[in-house]
Design a protein around this ligand. Structure first.
Ligand SMILES: [Zn+2]
Length: 389
């Protein structure tokens, strides 16, 4: 499987030196490059023991701690990853990229923490929030079972929006951020239950805001083979309905629905703090300079098509479709990436589907099935998919 693409660092957020075929040739001379190579090859235990030796010998080696954090994160040991990133931050508190990674990892349920506590207040948690909390705990309970060195397909599921960015809001008050989180957690759990061939990571596990840069950083942190973002947008045309799967538009054009979705999503993403890293002068510009923007466009489009075909007609009145869209989010991710509009909160029929817990479960099951098709297409993953999927 062509899983271990070379990690090319973006100029604006570079924390680790670039690994290129040329620098691999020099890896023997640079233990950190060797460690990076081990991480890319899925040999986390070897990478961790090597990096630990380096940090013991040189406790001020910021890059070694950052790499150690990446190795732990990819081996699915978030607490150790967080500790390593925090060690790097003590050496260099100005490293905002590592701080962002630490913040992402700090969302994980840590001992003594309960998400319900910070809700509090007289309103309490909504039904979706309670369901999301239960799913989050079930997901976290299944973590830490990755077979070391087996090199599973690495899936990063991104629940759209979060925190003050609620996303679209339907006529009944259903919020996109809650729908996205519920679908993300349920899809993650169904895939997690399919066997050891897929390592599942989530950008957010709870109701927290994430900038586009942070979401892109998650794809990078976990070495994503697929970054899959879940949404239920609100567009002007209330008749738009169905499941739409978009890859990044790189000059092939976009249809009216794609334009409407990109318009809605880019506006909200632009209002999120941290967006300055993307756009003209940030991440996106760095990727354009490096010729990287859209280098996974072909693969992303193929994955979107597989998901669309696997999903079929689905529960919505509209047929949906597969296409490309000029979504800022997709251009912030340097990995194969698919944006899913799983119905539209601007359509009352779609909203009723999304408000129904059973039909959300069915949707998550359909998404999980499609993702497992992608894993098979990529030449890896579980040969024996759970019959319930
Ligand atoms: Zn959205």
């Amino acid at each position: 499987m062509n899983r271990r693409r070379f990690l090319v660092r973006l100029a604006g957020i570079a924390a680790v030196s670039a690994i290129s075929p040329l620098s691999l040739a020099l890896a023997a001379a640079d233990p950190l490059a060797t460690a990076q190579h081990l991480i890319d090859a899925g040999k986390f235990e070897e990478a961790v023991s090597m990096l630990r030796r380096i940090t013991v010998d040189d406790p001020r080696n910021e890059r070694a701690f950052i790499l150690l954090g990446r190795a732990w994160a990819q081996a699915d040991h978030p607490a150790q990853a967080l500790a390593a990133f925090r060690a790097a931050l003590r050496i260099n508190p100005a490293d905002t990229h590592t701080r962002m990674l630490a913040d992402i990892l700090a969302q994980r349920p840590l001992p003594g923490e309960t998400a319900s506590r910070d809700k509090g207040g007289r309103h309490g948690a909504s039904r979706q929030e309670k369901a999301a909390l239960a799913e989050r705990e079930a997901f976290a309970a299944g973590q830490g079972r990755l077979p070391p060195g087996k090199g599973p397909f690495r899936l990063v599921i991104d629940a759209g929006h979060g925190g003050p960015d609620v996303g679209g809001v339907g006529a009944s008050g259903l919020r996109e951020k809650d729908v996205a989180l519920d679908l993300a957690l349920q899809t993650a759990r169904k895939i997690q239950g399919s066997g050891p061939g897929v390592a599942v990571f989530l950008t957010r596990l709870s109701d927290v805001p994430l900038s586009l840069a942070a979401r892109g950083a998650c794809a990078d942190l976990y070495g994503a083979d697929l970054f899959f973002s879940l949404h239920a947008p609100f567009v002007d045309d209330a008749s738009v309905s169905g499941m739409y799967l978009f890859s990044l538009e790189t000059g092939g054009g976009q249809d009216a629905v794609a334009r409407a979705v990109a318009g809605f999503e880019n506006r909200l993403a632009g209002a999120m703090p941290g967006f300055s890293r993307a756009g003209r002068h940030g991440v996106e510009a760095g990727m354009l300079r490096g010729g990287m923007l859209g280098r996974f466009a072909g693969q992303s489009a193929r994955y979107a098509a597989i998901l669309g075909k696997s999903h079929g007609v689905g529960p919505f009145s509209g047929q949906g479709g597969v296409g490309t869209a000029g979504l800022s989010l997709l251009s912030a991710v340097d990995a194969p990436a698919v944006f899913a509009a799983t119905g539209f909160l601007s359509n009352t029929g779609d909203e009723a589907v999304l408000a129904d817990a059973q039909r959300r479960r069915d949707l998550a099951e359909s998404l999980a099935r499609g993702i497992l098709e992608i894993v098979r297409d990529a030449g890896g993953g579980p040969p024996d998919v759970s019959p319930s999927l």
